[in-house]
Design a protein around this ligand. Structure first.
Ligand SMILES: Cc1cc2nc3c(=O)[nH]c(=O)nc-3n(C[C@H](O)[C@H](O)[C@H](O)COP(=O)(O)OP(=O)(O)OC[C@H]3O[C@@H](n4cnc5c(N)ncnc54)[C@H](O)[C@@H]3O)c2cc1C
Length: 470
């Protein structure tokens, strides 16, 4: 859209998706207001009560880093200058899949090992510095204002947190970035647009996170130790160096296998992971806070692209559209990519067409990671869902990729590029890559020793049987 003076966009929600949206809107609208119930600007990096995931690891995928840098040139270096460690996501991270370590391989995939509050702080401050962007803090968003015929959204109804006079902020475009609890589905139904279809998958996920200071550094040059959950053991962890000279440990269990929040219980639970690295590192680590839990019973996708009619002047982005299984770390990257889709729709010289925006968002941003992780989620026997032939082939192939990656760094790099959303998932199916995977698994594996497989020490307890999702 051309630079039109006198136009205003209002972004509901000033978290990651709202910030990225505001950034692209500022190139097209004369004024961009970001409305949130929280005080945001100038408050420094801090975990927010209205955004409880800010207390847990929020890893930024490689594609997310690339888009963030495109939208805010120089921001990556600014973050590193603020004490955030970095490395290569494929080369400096100890990844374990199916309990086996894959071969590290530098692949040009930049890891920004920022805590979520630190990452959000930098994106927010850069957004707030844009002359056309204004934050409107301390406001509860109550609903939408529309034209009398309800065909166009014309603003947002707000009220100060804690009570006070309700008012309407007029807007030429409203962007809903209020996250999972978004009330747009309800509002659209009330306005006569029907109910948006919601798709959920029960995963029964629990995160428990704690921060430490290392008294000795057993990592060497590595940045992070990440044993991923798999069908054989639906629990995993991410133990990463982060800002403030701290180490952040997020442990997680699927299908009701919740890590404990008492200190000794958590240590014992970590000892059941298939690699001893984290348990060993904890021998040299002092806790700086208490373990905190977060329950995530289901994924959630809202299929706005299927609605026959949507009002003009309203689009939705970020978790308000799709909440991925957090263990794949896709949410913030999807929010960044969603902002690029919005940007594409702002270049036409008119206000965005919401229907086309939702279809493009679904096809370009959400479908690829949603389908990829759906395939992985269904590899856990307790997760309900149809295991089509395509899903089973995908699962079998992914298992081969992970096996091949234990002996071939090029496979690691290809796998990490796809998992990091730098390449589309189809890249793993390119004939040359498939041939390389098969050659490694069927031939080379007989002669090349894998990266040493970590064996749980004798004194470590076996993992308990998973319990069904309630
Ligand atoms: C446990 C957990 C771990 C995760 N880990 C990762 C990860 O490793 N990597 C990754 O990329 N993603 C991760 N995610 C997802 C990631 O946190 C989100 O994708 C990201 O925060 C973008 O969300 P959002 O901006 O759409 O919504 P949110 O972050 O939920 O923000 C919504 C905003 O809207 C405001 N708001 C909501 N309702 C109102 C209202 N009525 N009035 C006023 N303000 C309102 C809130 O205050 C908040 O600021 C994780 C999520 C969870 C739950």
């Amino acid at each position: 859209m051309a630079d039109v003076t006198g136009t205003r966009a209002v972004v509901m929600g000033g978290s990651i998706a709202g910030l990225f949206a505001a950034r692209v809107l500022a190139d097209a609208y004369d004024e961009v207001l970001v409305v949130d119930r929280d005080e945001l600007v100038g408050t420094g990096p801090h975990a927010r009560r209205s955004c409880p995931q800010t207390r847990h690891i929020n890893g930024l995928l490689a594609r997310g880093q690339q888009v963030m840098e495109e939208l805010y040139p120089g921001i990556t270096e600014e973050i590193f200058a603020d004490g955030v460690p970095t490395g290569d996501l494929a080369g400096d991270v100890r990844w374990y899949f199916q309990g086996r370590r894959i071969k590290p391989q530098h692949a040009g995939l930049v890891c920004v090992a920022a805590s979520r509050p630190m990452l959000e702080h930098h994106i927010r401050e850069r957004t707030a510095a844009l002359p056309r962007v204004t934050f409107v803090a301390g406001q509860d968003i109550l609903g939408l204002a529309t034209t009398a015929d309800r065909r166009r959204v014309t603003g947002v109804r707000v009220q100060p947190v804690g009570g006070g006079a309700e008012r309407t902020i007029d807007a030429d475009l409203v962007v809903d970035a209020t996250g999972r609890g978004s009330r747009t589905p309800l509002w659209l139904e009330e306005l006569g647009y029907g109910r948006v279809r919601e798709e959920r998958k029960k995963i029964g996920l629990t995160y428990v996170t704690q921060h430490y200071r290392l008294t000795e550094d057993p990592y060497g040059t590595d940045l992070s130790i990440n044993p991923a959950a798999w069908a054989g053991l639906p629990r995993g962890a991410i133990f990463t160096k982060t800002d403030g000279g701290r180490v952040e440990l997020t442990t997680y269990g699927l299908l009701g296998d919740a890590p404990p929040t008492d200190q000794q219980g958590l240590y014992d639970w970590v000892a059941t992971l298939p690699c001893p690295d984290i348990h060993d590192a904890l021998q040299h680590a002092e806790p700086v806070d208490e373990p905190v839990a977060f329950r995530f019973p289901t994924t959630l996708r809202r299929h706005y692209e299927e609605l026959e009619r949507v009002p003009d002047g309203l689009v939705v982005t970020g978790d308000a559209v799709c909440c991925f299984n957090p263990i794949y770390a896709q949410g913030m990257t999807a929010a960044a990519l969603g902002a690029l889709t919005l940007r594409d729709h702002l270049h036409t010289g008119a206000h965005p067409q919401p229907g086309q925006y939702f279809r493009d968002l679904a096809a370009e941003v959400i479908d690829p990671p949603w389908e990829m992780t759906n395939t992985v989620d269904l590899s856990f026997p307790g997760v309900e869902g149809e295991r089509t032939l395509q899903v089973r082939i995908g699962q079998a192939f992914l298992s081969l990729v992970q096996q091949a990656a234990t002996i071939d760094g090029a496979v690691t790099a290809g796998y990490m590029r796809a998992a990091g959303l730098v390449d589309r998932p189809e890249a793993l199916m390119r004939p040359a890559f498939v041939a390389r995977v098969l050659w490694n698994v069927l031939v080379r594996a007989r002669f090349v020793p894998p990266v040493p497989r970590a064996v749980p020490a004798a004194d470590r307890r076996p993992a308990p049987e998973p319990v069904p999702v309630p």
